[in-house]
Design a protein around this ligand. Structure first.
Ligand SMILES: [Zn+2]
Length: 306
């Protein structure tokens, strides 16, 4: 049995009951103690007659459930299964909806929704963490086929990767964003680079921009390689991600990559506890995803072919 399986088993026994999960979720949602979502009052009565406790504010009497305002809001799936799903998403090795449905014993549709809701929390967590210090940018291409023509193939998606590095050049944090398909023969920088920097890079960062055109000779090979690794990871884990959903999967990849050395369950639980659930129409792409959390800026450019 691998270490992953052993630790997953011990995780499951640590959070074996709804009560175990309620305590941990309460901590993640209100790390400084209860806070009424309506009036900020710090005291509540606990109503324990339901599946999950309800908290009634002692000042304004409004009631709030433990899962309201979290990605779990409205879900009837037991917390213990949500916890297992969050644990599995926090590991460096990826998990897809089919695998999740088998491991935690829910339908594919339920697993699919859980995966997307957790991914949404990861995506917002990444958006709020800007690149800082020495930042490099590079153009890259997301594709599962080696192509080097002067026209975009429909399966190719141009990307910008931004990376924060230590002075030694070691990359410590990355962001990968889709960009628009400008003509490959264009001699100019894509305007998306400016947008990327504005949205993903600290204003005080030292931005070192690199060549952006796909068929340029001056590519940042380290960054190009990171994008290839991302494409390979996503391709193997999720099989055939459409362009409409690619960004949120890239965000998930960057979330994991940026935390590859940390124990991650509690941090991801916390992000899930402070992220409002994404609605079904937004998940399925019928409306653009917007968030109420404020945005700031970004990062890089080189060329990745194939
Ligand atoms: Zn209140």
């Amino acid at each position: 049995m691998s270490m992953d399986e052993v630790s997953f088993e011990s995780f499951c026994s640590r959070f074996a009951t709804e009560k175990d999960c309620v305590q941990a979720l309460y901590q993640a949602k209100w790390p400084n103690g209860f806070c009424c979502p309506r009036c900020r009052h710090p005291y509540a009565y606990v109503i324990s007659t339901r599946r999950l406790p309800l908290y009634e504010c002692q000042a304004c009497r409004s009631q709030t459930s433990l899962i309201s305002g979290t990605v779990m809001e409205g879900s009837r799936t037991p917390l213990r299964l949500w916890f297992q799903a969050i644990y599995l998403h926090a590991r460096p090795v990826g998990i897809n909806a089919l695998q999740l449905s088998r491991i935690i014993g829910v339908t594919y549709k339920t697993a699919w929704l859980i995966c997307h809701k957790i991914r949404h929390a990861m995506s917002l967590a990444e958006r709020d963490q800007l690149l800082s210090g020495i930042v490099s940018l590079s153009d890259a291409v997301y594709s599962d086929r080696p192509v080097a023509s002067l026209e975009w193939h429909k399966q190719e998606q141009p990307l910008i990767i931004g990376a924060s590095s230590e002075e030694t050049g070691k990359v410590v944090r990355i962001k990968i964003k889709k960009q628009n398909k400008v003509p490959l023969t264009s001699r100019y920088d894509s305007p998306d680079q400016e947008i990327f920097i504005r949205e993903n890079v600290e204003p005080t960062a030292l931005v070192r921009r690199i060549v952006k055109r796909r068929i340029g000779r001056h590519r940042d090979l380290a960054l190009v390689r990171l994008c290839l690794e991302a494409a390979s990871y996503l391709g193997q884990t999720f099989h055939g991600i459409g362009p409409k959903h690619l960004q949120v999967y890239l965000d998930q990849y960057c979330y994991i990559w940026n935390r590859r050395k940390q124990a991650a369950f509690l941090e991801l639980l916390q992000f899930c506890a402070i992220t409002r659930k994404i609605t079904y129409p937004k998940l399925t792409g019928s409306t653009p995803v917007r968030s109420s959390r404020p945005k700031r800026h970004y990062g890089v450019a080189s060329t990745l072919v194939g």
